[in-house]
Design a binder for this molecule. Structure first.
Ligand code: SF4
Length: 302
């Protein structure tokens, strides 16, 4: 490789790194909708925050949501969500967004809408208008001819059994939907240590299993150091057992995403694990469940 090509490649890597490291969920004067370039998605992910009041039924020790200040808007106004999403998708499809200083350096390969994601400051399915929001996203995705773009639901799987939630997920799945369900532990004790909730671990597992019996599910797992200790080997074994249980009981796990901390965390005793540790976890998972695709995301959280 010539020196000039090497320099060009280095520059390209710097640009891509800068683009991926911008995790900001704010965009113009919008309240609910935000664009991010996502490494996990390999393109633009349009986020929708249906939890503007910052309330969540989990209190994860690694959560990056800043709950120290009162949010200005606390209720969801779907008319405004629709307006913001329609307008942002219009800017993306027309190409205008790539002229914005935040995205001007985005390489051509990432200039695509990978997904529209329900990914906010809490659990999206706890919002009472979740079904209506899903239908609105389907309508606007169709209007902007984003047929190949996915609709992603990032969920902690706590309230999937609530009225209307499964029906909304069914509709989403019929329009390039993808479910990313959080599973951070293998036992109730570790689950409570990292996710801190009144919802029992058993209920979350049951919900993941039920939805995985109906649709392919992607499992998202945060691996971190808690008080300087990565997840113990026995806990990771138990976590693999839980995945195995879901599969053996007829659930379909499309893949597992392993990642670590890349933003501020709710607790300062939470630190990222090293890339090598992530690789070791992935290798162990591969060894025990060789048919399960595993993606490792190093040093990024979007
Ligand atoms: S589920 Fe998500 S939003 Fe809720 S506390 Fe955990 S990381 Fe934060």
């Amino acid at each position: 490789m010539s020196e000039m090509n090497e320099k060009k490649t280095d520059h390209h890597l710097d640009v891509v790194q800068k683009v991926f490291s911008d995790h900001s969920r704010s965009w113009e004067n919008y309240t609910y909708v935000y664009p991010v370039i996502s490494r996990r998605s390999g393109g633009m992910s349009v986020g929708i925050n249906l939890n503007v009041n910052n309330a969540c039924n989990f209190d994860c020790i690694y959560c990056c949501v800043d709950r120290s200040t009162e949010p200005e808007v606390k209720k969801v106004d779907l008319t405004v969500v629709r307006h913001e999403l329609d307008s942002l998708l219009g800017e993306i499809v027309s190409g205008k967004i790539w002229e914005h200083e935040k995205f001007i350096d985005v390489p051509d390969s990432l200039r695509r809408v990978n997904d529209i994601a329900f990914s906010g400051n809490g659990e999206p399915t706890t919002y009472s208008g979740f079904g209506e929001a899903v239908r609105m996203v389907i309508e606007l995705k169709t209007k902007h001819q984003l047929d190949d773009s996915k609709i992603v639901l990032i969920t902690n799987a706590t309230v999937l059994g609530r009225d209307g939630v499964i029906e909304a997920i069914d509709e989403m799945m019929a329009h390039e939907g993808e479910i990313w369900a959080k599973l951070d532990a293998g036992t109730e004790a570790y689950f409570q240590l990292v996710d801190r909730t009144r919802v029992p671990f058993e209920k979350v597992l049951k919900n993941i299993e039920s939805i995985a019996e109906m649709h392919d599910v992607v499992i998202q797992t945060m691996l971190m150091k808690v008080l300087d200790q990565p997840m113990p080997a026995s806990e990771f074994d138990a976590y693999i057992d839980r995945l195995d249980d879901i599969i053996r009981n007829g659930g379909s796990i499309k893949g597992v995403q392993l990642y670590s901390v890349a933003r501020q965390t709710a607790e300062d005793y939470v630190q990222p694990v090293s890339d090598e540790q992530l690789d070791n976890f992935a290798a162990k998972l591969n060894e025990r469940l060789p048919n399960l695709p595993v993606d490792v995301f190093y040093g990024v959280s979007n």
